[in-house]
Design a protein around this ligand. Sequence first.
Ligand code: EPZ
Length: 431
Amino acid sequence: MDTIIIRGGKPLVGTVEASGAKNAALPLLAAAILADGPVTYRRVPHLRDISTMMTLLAYQGAHVHFDDQSCLHIDTRPASKAEAPYELVKTMRASALVLGPLLARYGHACVSLPGGCAIGARPIDMHLKGLEAMGAHIEVDQGNVIAKAPRGLKGAHIVFDQVTVTGTENLMMAATVAEGETILDNAAREPEVVNLAESLRALGADIEGEGTNRIIIRGVSGIHEGEVEVIPDRIETATYLAAGIITNGDVTVTHAEPGHLEAFIARIRDAGVQVEIGEHSIRCRCNGPLVGVNIHTMPHPGFPTDLQAQFMALMTLARGTSIIRETIFENRFMHVQELVRMGADIKLDGNTAIVNGVESLSGAPVMATDLRASASLVLAGLAARGETRISRVYHIDRGYERIEEKMQKLGADIERHSGSETWMKGIMANG
Ligand code: EPZ
């Protein structure tokens, strides 16, 4: 397994380009199952999770390949397997995103029930309840979801008990070729959901209301071939901006979408960061320590849960106290004890973290536990005195494309030590 080693204390200065968004690309790739021709994807990031989704689609019989312009081509016409086995789903929960498209295309599907993960139980009961409302018969047997809809799916009015991003995406895809109209109420408003809806429409779907909490899908007979583009990764963008902030540097992220980060930008401005917004760029500078501010995570357009750990890293060095409340997942504080090992002053009280700013952090050997917690450890290591060694780096590779190269470009003293992940060789060999 790879290890990342950081010698902290250097201000990060310069410009990096945002990659395509992991959480937009994953449902977009699953949507190819619905298309009756090849789909070309621009701006797909080279990430472990993308590699897993490509492997899953190829397992089902699709032709999948990256070309030399880093475009991904998927043709599911040769596919015939309506399955997602445990061996693949266990490495990436988002594999559940193939359930709706498989059921819509084949009238049946067998998808391994995703287990929980470090940040919580993360059930998919709302996905299944929505498919049942559309006429599917669902049972769980030996850890697999067995779904059947021999007479096809029918439009339904579905009201989510709570906002679910992939639940909204799964059901939107299933409804695309269902008979009649489907209304999704209390739908997720994330930019990744909007990217999926706009892309499905470009391929022939009849969808409206994306970006609001009511999405209406009118079933069509099928969707066709075409080209789609993945939106910039807002979480990656904010992570690099946070790297500049925590090291008192000056970082600009280009090819970004400032409109997707309004809550984050508002809170770092409250903390004292100077933020310059361009059409597709964001620049952050700060003179001296930040001021502690409070946040609570919410569905979009609220403060993203995927930035909670990174924001906490910033607050460990801010003047005063910051109250951070995690309202989306029940166990998304795995980074706290690792940050405390680096000298942070953080107390936990249920889903709330009380962060008292300290003068400095000290480097230490720490362990990555989940994707965004790992990112917060990188940020802390960049600011800490001395050396930080982060183990289990495969968590980071799931969501950050070549993180050490991008950080080195900004002047960070960071390197990856061996264990040479074979998946990276595989994906690079693909294109
Ligand atoms: C998506 O996960 C993202 N993943 C997550 O990003 C992100 O943290 C999350 O949305 C919230 O924004 C992808 O898009 C691939 P949810 P998702 O369904 O869809 C509960 C990252 O770091 N729930 O919106 O799985 C659930 O347990 C990842 O990139 C049910 O109870 O999240 C959670 O408490 C981490 N039943 C809450 O709802 C369901 O059927 C929100 O989950 C579905 C969800």
